[in-house]
Structures are given as structure tokens and as C-alpha cells.
Design a protein around this ligand. Structure first.
Ligand code: HEC
Length: 161
């Protein structure tokens, strides 16, 4: 009966090795984040979802503004830009604001303000072309922030500083 133990030990060893390899494989996935030089902002899953939903609103406004320029439609441009202006940022919970680095908040605010500025330019000059210089500034902010920051979730913050 004692002789039967050895195969079990071997099987257990093999199972542990497989688990270890699987773990290693998952970790290797994570090491991708280690070569990513961006700063990880660690948020709860809900906070991350809120930030990403705001991001999708940004992209949608950029799309609408571009379409407004093509269709020579100032009203669409003004509406789309104001939808993501400073006012839209007021609903962000203080707890989330507290987790964002100062520069992140500054860049975010600058982006909201640039959308307001864009709306004002188009309104005052009543020309769709006046949206473009401000849209360029907006996109510089998108690119600058994306190059610097990424989001991580508290429960899964491996690889983050
Ligand atoms: C203050 C910083 C900041 C600014 C400004 C910013 N973003 Fe983002 N954005 C982020 C971060 C951080 C992520 C998450 C990236 C990651 O975790 O890899 C993100 C993700 C996104 C996503 C993916 C959304 C999803 O559901 O996964 C889109 C789309 C996006 N941004 C669009 C934009 C656009 C368009 C602008 C400019 C109008 C913009 N962002 C400006 C920080 C910013």
C-alpha cells in the first residue's frame, strides 16, 4: 500500500508545476505593464469605469465636432463641445478627485476648458473653421495624458508603482 504514495506525490508535483507555469504565464502578461513607462493611477473598478465612460464621451464629442465641421453645422459643434465642457466635470466624486495626481487633474480640466473655448469661438465667430485650432489643442491634451498615464484597479494593481 505504501508503494502507491509515489505516483500521487509525482502527480501532485506535476500539478503544482503546471499551476506554477500557468501563474508564470499570467505574470508574463503583467510584465508587459512593467515595460510600459506610464504612471498607473490606481482606482476602484467603479471609479475606473466612470473615468473611461467620460473618455468615451470625449471621443464622441470629437467625432461630432469633426462631423459638424464637415457639414458646416455650427449648432452641432457648440452642443457637442459644451457636452464635455467644464460643467460636465462637476459630478466627479471628491473621493475620486483625491486619487488623481495633480497633473492629471490639471490636464483633465484644461481639456474640459478647451472644449468650452471651442464652443465659444464657434459661437462668437459663427464659423465652423474656428473650431479647428481649438480642436487641435484638445487633441494635444488627449495625446499628452494618454502618453503619461494609465489606469489600474485597486484589487489588481500589480505592476503599478
Ligand atoms: C487627464 C488625462 C486624460 C485626458 C486629458 C484624456 N484622457 Fe482618455 N484616457 C486616459 C486614461 C488614463 C485612459 C486609460 C488608459 C489605460 O488605462 O490604458 C484613457 C482612456 C481613453 C479611452 C478608452 C476608453 C475605454 O472605454 O477603454 C478613450 C476612447 C479616450 N481615453 C479618449 C480620450 C479623448 C478623445 C481625449 C481628449 C478629448 C482624452 N481621452 C483625454 C486619460 C486621459
Amino acid at each position: 500500500m505504501k508503494n502507491c504514495v509515489l505516483p500521487w506525490v509525482l502527480a501532485l508535483g506535476f500539478a503544482l508545476l503546471s499551476a506554477g507555469m500557468a501563474y508564470q504565464f499570467i505574470l508574463r502578461g503583467n510584465t508587459l505593464t512593467l515595460v510600459d513607462q506610464r504612471v498607473a493611477v490606481v482606482l476602484s473598478a467603479e471609479e475606473r469605469a466612470l473615468v473611461l465612460s467620460e473618455m468615451r464621451d470625449f471621443l464622441d464629442s470629437v467625432r461630432e465636432i469633426t462631423q459638424g465641421v464637415v457639414e458646416q453645422d455650427t449648432a452641432t459643434i457648440v452642443r457637442a463641445a459644451r457636452a464635455v465642457g467644464r460643467e460636465s466635470a462637476q459630478g466627479v466624486p471628491a473621493s475620486l478627485m483625491g486619487k488623481l495626481p495633480f497633473e492629471f487633474k490639471a490636464l483633465g480640466l484644461k481639456t474640459h476648458s478647451a472644449f468650452d473655448e471651442l464652443a465659444l469661438n464657434v459661437e462668437q465667430m459663427n464659423s465652423v473653421e474656428s473650431a479647428l485650432p481649438e480642436l487641435g489643442k484638445v487633441l494635444n491634451n488627449c495625446v499628452a495624458c494618454h502618453a503619461t498615464y494609465r489606469l489600474a484597479i485597486t484589487e489588481n494593481a500589480q505592476g503599478s508603482p
